[in-house]
Design a protein around this ligand. Structure first.
Ligand SMILES: CC(=O)N[C@H]1[C@@H](OP(=O)(O)OP(=O)(O)OC[C@H]2O[C@@H](n3ccc(=O)[nH]c3=O)[C@H](O)[C@@H]2O)O[C@H](CO)[C@@H](O)[C@@H]1O
Ligand SMILES: C=C(OP(=O)(O)O)C(=O)O
Length: 422
């Protein structure tokens, strides 16, 4: 298994491009199942998760091709399978997003239940509840969700909580349903909006995306389209936390600052000097950060996917911060590892109290999930001495060439490939 070796204490300086958003690229790739015509997609990040999505699509008979670095064409004109097997769903939960499109277009789908994961239980009951309301007959047996339907029928669906992939799955199902669907309590995340914009280009009739009430008039069929995936606000936010913790001055290009409001505001509170244009952000930090309290929330609140990275900044801040995780019940797995680097953190249920220390010191730590890994990289960049980060396959799921981008900013970081040791 690959590892990262990070020698901390170097300030970051320079410019990098932000990649396309993982959490937008995944539903958008699966939207290819909704039409027999090709989707031409740009700004699709090279990640293990996007590779898994293409593998799953291939298993279903969708032909795809990467052209150049970021362009993917996917064509579902000969779909031959309707099953997302356990081995793929367990490596990537977003595989559940084939459920809506398959039932809507082919009237049939069999998708493995994802099961729990490091950050929480993460059930998919709302996806099932919504599809049932649209008229699908669903049974859950032998670890699989098996759904069948003739043509789905529009309905009013109010999810019990705000769910991002739940909203996406139901929106993809409703675009081909007969009549009107109203999704209440819908997720407002920019990735949901990006998917809706692609679907509209394909001929879907959607209004209200970006609000908590999405109204969809079903159509009989959808066509191909060309679309560029929205920039990754979580990758951008992670690099902003990195410069906040390590110090220095960086410019992020190909980014959408309007999607980063809550993160930018917290980082300014921590002392970063941030300026922005239409598609760039400049961030500088020349002092020790100030501790900032944060409570994770659905968009436009502070993203749970940024919690570990902001915690890394708080570990070396002046003062004490209180971090409340409200979305996932077990998203503090990085705390024990940050403590190994010298952080002073106490957890009580969903709350972490971080007492800022003057310095962290490098150690061997283990990544436990995607954003925990990013948080540990940031803490290691700020630490004195050498940190080895193990199990970085989590990081490779969702960050494109993170170590290369950090090296371009002057960080002392290298990948130790397990292949080199064989
Ligand atoms: C691929 C993708 O886009 N992943 C993102 C998506 O995950 P994902 O879409 O899986 O997360 P949800 O928004 O669905 O989860 C929000 C909360 O609702 C609960 N829930 C959700 C669905 C359901 O049927 N039943 C239920 O109880 C979850 O356990 C969680 O506590 O949104 C999360 C919250 O912003 C992010 O952390 C993930 O990065
Ligand atoms: C939790 C995340 O992803 P996923 O929903 O794919 O597990 C994430 O992107 O931080």
């Amino acid at each position: 298994m690959d590892k990262l070796l990070i020698r901390g204490g170097t300030q970051l300086k320079g410019e990098i491009n932000v990649s396309g958003a993982k959490n937008a690229a995944l539903p958008i790739l699966f939207a290819s199942l909704l039409t027999s015509e090709p989707l031409d997609l740009q700004n699709v990040p090279h990640l293990n998760d996007t590779a898994t999505a293409l593998k799953l699509l291939d298993k279903l008979g969708v032909k795809s091709e990467r052209q150049g670095h970021y362009k993917v064409t996917a064509c579902a004109n000969q779909v031959t399978g309707f099953e997302a097997p356990y081995d793929l769903v367990k490596t990537m939960r977003a595989s559940i997003l084939v459920l809506g499109p398959l039932v809507a277009r082919f009237g049939e789908a069999k998708v493995s239940l994802p099961g729990g994961c490091a950050i929480g239980q993460r059930p998919v009951d709302q996806h099932i509840k919504g599809l049932t309301a649209l008229g699908a007959e669903i049974v859950v047996e032998h670890g699989y969700i098996i759904a069948k339907a003739k043509r789905l029928k529009g309905a009013i669906i109010r999810t019990d909580m705000v769910t991002v992939t739940g909203t996406e799955n139901l929106m993809m199902a409703a675009v081909l349903a007969e009549g009107e669907t109203i999704l209440e309590n819908a997720a407002r995340e920019p990735e949901v909006v990006d998917l809706a914009e692609l679907l509209i280009k394909m001929g879907a009739k959607i209004k209200g995306h970006g609000t908590d009430k999405i109204v969809i008039q079903g159509v009989k069929s959808l066509s191909g389209a060309t679309h560029s995936v929205t920039p990754d606000r979580i990758e951008a936010g992670s690099f902003l936390c990195a410069v906040g913790a390590a110090g220095g001055s960086i410019v992020l290009r190909s980014v959408d600052p309007t999607t980063l409001g809550a993160t930018i505001s917290k980082l300014q509170e921590a002392g970063l000097d941030i300026t922005q244009g239409d598609d760039w952000i400049k961030a500088s930090m020349s002092k020790r950060p100030r501790a900032v309290d944060v409570r994770t929330h659905e968009y436009p609140g502070f993203a749970t996917d940024m919690q570990a990275q902001l915690m890394a900044l708080n570990t070396i801040a002046q003062g004490t911060s209180v971090i409340n995780e409200t979305i996932f019940e077990n998203r503090f797995m990085h705390v024990q590892e940050m403590i190994r680097l010298g952080a002073n953190i106490d957890i009580d249920g969903h709350t972490a109290v971080v007492r800022g220390v003057q310095r962290l010191s490098g150690a061997t730590v283990m990544a436990t999930d995607l954003r925990a890994s990013a948080g540990l990289v940031i803490a290691a960049l700020a630490a004195e001495g050498e940190t080895t980060l193990e199990r970085i396959y989590h990081l490779d799921r969702g960050y494109e060439r993170m170590e290369e981008k950090l090296r371009a900013l002057g960080a002392n970081i290298e990948r130790i490939s397990s292949r080199a040791n064989q």
